[in-house]
Design a protein around this ligand. Structure first.
Ligand code: SF4
Ligand code: SF4
Length: 154
């Protein structure tokens, strides 16, 4: 499972590079956000301590690392993989679960600030597409359950 999400070959190259760390806003500003340490631990098979760490949720997904990466990888991909693994193990912060629940329910991550929009003369926001999303989500859930049943019966 881990190999499917963390590209060890590319991370090996990261360990000898480090070029993006000097422009990563999280590395520059957040104590404890340390790509070098994360990569080192992943490569030695000790990534578990990062799964419960707030650091993996502090990547801004600004893509700076992706833009400058000679191997078109970007350290953010490692952080995304760690967050995915953490979420699958239930190690995500409670606000992530709240955000997900809200997204499933409304297709939004927050309620639009209608009074502020009115004040600035902005039109009402477009519909969120919640109904379409719910249909897609139900189909995805059904497909996953079908796959799980199939795997169980094999
Ligand atoms: S993501 Fe790219 S730029 Fe950053 S350390 Fe790895 S190889 Fe270097
Ligand atoms: S995407 Fe994340 S890891 Fe990459 S530069 Fe931005 S904050 Fe840093």
């Amino acid at each position: 499972m881990l190999d499917a999400q963390l590209n060890m070959k590319l991370l090996e190259m990261c360990s000898g590079c480090g070029a993006c760390y000097s422009i990563c806003p999280s590395s520059l500003n957040l104590p404890g956000y340390d790509p070098r340490a994360v990569i080192k631990d992943i490569l030695k098979g000790d990534m578990d301590k990062w799964l419960a760490s707030k650091s993996i949720w502090q990547c801004l997904e600004c893509h700076y690392c992706l833009e400058m990466c000679f191997q078109h990888y970007g350290f953010e991909n490692a952080m995304t993989a760690l967050r995915t693994i953490a979420a699958k193990r239930g190690l995500h912060p409670p606000q992530v679960k709240r955000g997900w629940d809200m997204f499933v329910k409304t297709s939004r991550l927050g309620e639009p600030a209608l009074p502020a929009r009115k004040k600035f003369g902005l039109p009402d926001p477009p519909k969120s597409g919640a109904e379409e999303f719910k249909k897609l989500h139900a189909l995805l859930k059904e497909a996953k359950e079908k796959d799980a049943r199939k795997a169980h019966n094999e």
